[in-house]
Design a protein around this ligand. Structure first.
Ligand SMILES: [Zn+2]
Length: 90
């Protein structure tokens, strides 16, 4: 068990992950955008101006080392790094 998914599928509206035990997790793009963990979005959230994620679409995903996935959104936002642990557990 290394914590990495066996498959990562990026659809416009959702990220689908399949784990070693064959369980799957599906994340709506809107929720991922709304919960973006980058410094900018954290600051906005603290200021009460969190991104809503409305209309968010995914355009890509890149592994970051072995611990996380970087997601690219259609609005050009690409700074969110989502650790696998977080993606697995929500
Ligand atoms: Zn962000």
């Amino acid at each position: 068990m290394n914590g990495l998914p066996e498959a990562v599928e990026v659809a416009r509206g959702a990220l689908r992950l399949r784990w070693e035990d064959q369980s799957t997790t599906e994340w709506p793009a809107t929720r991922l955008r709304a919960e973006c963990r980058c410094g900018d979005c954290r600051s906005l959230r603290l200021a009460g101006r969190a991104p809503t994620g409305d209309g968010a679409e995914l355009t890509g995903a890149e592994p970051v080392g072995r611990y996380a996935l970087q997601l690219l959104f259609r609005d050009g936002h690409d700074r969110g790094i989502y650790p696998w642990d977080w993606l697995r557990n929500g």
